[in-house]
Write a protein that binds this ligand. Structure first.
Ligand code: NZQ
Ligand code: ZN
Length: 379
């Protein structure tokens, strides 16, 4: 096992009606709140009203920033931070999925340190403090509700970057599975693909941590059992609750402890696709993972077979890859770029951006020649 520090400061409020405690929790951190949300689903489905009522009911002054888009952009972060600074916001409440919560994490850092978001994300500026963030999660997928990561893209530099800082952990996260009843079928499936991918990125990380591997198998097995059920019965509380908690645990430290780091090469490939085509995050991963496994089948056959054996009872890399494809296909996720309308004419564009952004994994490096192979495998 590698050395590690286990510390997760986020207080998770999980279950039906937990948002009723939001006002009380928020008012502990101040009176002036910046309330951030997305492009409309929270308003349409009534979650916005519930959260707003909690905040005003606790006597808070609320400034609102809405319109954060999926695959969020840094421009929204800068604008939200300007608003927060003008309003002297003391805390941020984020209502939404990963895109809103990630944007809110960087916004909170910008406000507290009076810095630019992209300077923070690129390491040019080093924040030393933050203002508290309270997340209300509406989509089970990223694990951002209980981790220190944020992913944002910058159209100018043509990058989608991940940024980790312990300051980014939400102070509180409210997870009511009923808030996810309205997530459409495609995004529900992409969320499940994403949580599985988080387990796999850590499985292919550096270091030998058998207990973390066992958590990984268990979380993926949970997703495989409940995934098809939740797609069939989107308003079933138990299924939504099980997927929600699986997604949180896939990326809150549990699957990484005892490893130096995860690999994250597949996410880097996925971010290239999201940047270029605005492809939903989880859909990029169900396309990229089989290709990445195929590239590595001859390089790390034992590790891939260990995965296949523990998850599917198969004994070769080829059979493992076949099962991984079946797994994503049962979740109705795309397996090829052609499934999302990207044909051969886009190949050069994808490969060029992979080169430019030096797409690689931390544990298993990817060369320029690998980029081309991966794109061919994804077609
Ligand atoms: O914008 P609105 O109208 O709110 O609609 C959203 C959006 O269109 C909709 N939605 C969310 N909750 C809903 C709902 N629709 C109906 N009912 C609800 N309850 O779903 C769409 C997708 O939302 P988004 O927040 O983009 O999805 P997700 O949670 O999958 O987040 C994806 C983002 O997180 C990043 C991804 O790269 C991507 O940018 N990630 C963040 C990570 C982290 N911070 O740890 C790790 C991940 O690997 C990932 O990279
Ligand atoms: Zn992910």
């Amino acid at each position: 096992m590698e050395n590690f520090i286990a510390h997760n400061p986020t207080k998770v409020h999980f279950g039906r009606g937990v948002v009723n405690d939001l006002g009380k929790a928020a008012s502990r951190y101040g009176n002036r709140v910046l309330f951030m949300y997305g492009k409309g689903s929270a308003v349409k489905n009534g979650y916005y009203d519930q959260v707003k009522k909690q905040l005003t009911g606790a006597g808070m002054q609320v400034a609102e920033y809405s319109g954060i888009k999926p695959n969020p952009v840094i421009d929204d972060v800068e604008k939200a931070a300007d608003l927060g600074r003008r309003e002297r916001s003391e805390l941020v409440v984020a209502l939404g999925g990963g895109s809103v919560i990630d944007s809110a994490k960087i916004t909170a850092l910008c406000i507290a340190n009076d810095m630019k978001g992209w300077d923070i994300m690129t390491g040019t500026a080093e924040p030393v403090k933050t203002i508290p963030l309270i997340a209300v999660l509406t989509l089970a997928a990223t694990g951002t509700e209980m981790n220190g990561s944020a992913v944002v893209q910058n159209p100018e530099t043509r990058e989608k970057l991940g940024y980790w800082n312990p300051l980014n952990f939400p102070a509180h996260s409210f997870l009511d599975p009923e808030y996810t009843y309205t997530v459409p079928e495609d995004y529900t499936a992409y969320g499940i693909a994403d949580l599985i991918a988080h387990c796999l990125e850590n499985f292919f990380g550096k270091g030998d941590a058998p207990l973390s591997d066992r958590f990984i198998y268990s979380i993926i097995q949970e997703a495989l059992e409940v995934g098809p059920l939740v797609l069939k019965h989107p308003r079933n509380y138990e299924y939504r609750a099980r997927i929600m908690w699986a997604a949180t645990n896939a990326l809150n430290g549990l699957t990484q402890q005892g490893k130096a780091y995860g690999d994250w090469g597949v996410h880097a490939i996925g971010h290239t696709l999201s940047f270029l085509y605005d492809t939903p995050h989880g859909a990029t991963l169900s396309i990229a993972y089989p290709a990445w496994l195929k590239l590595h089948a001859g390089r790390i056959p034992e590790r891939i077979t260990t995965l296949g054996n523990n998850l599917f009872g198969v004994n070769t890399p080829a059979r493992t890859i076949e099962e991984v494809r079946k797994m994503f296909s049962r979740l109705r996720c795309p397996l090829h770029l052609s499934d999302i309308g990207i044909d051969n004419s886009h190949k050069t564009q994808i490969v060029n951006l992979m080169h430019a952004n030096r797409v690689t994994g931390r544990n298993y490096e990817l060369s320029n020649a690998d980029h081309l192979k991966l794109v061919n495998y994804m077609m």
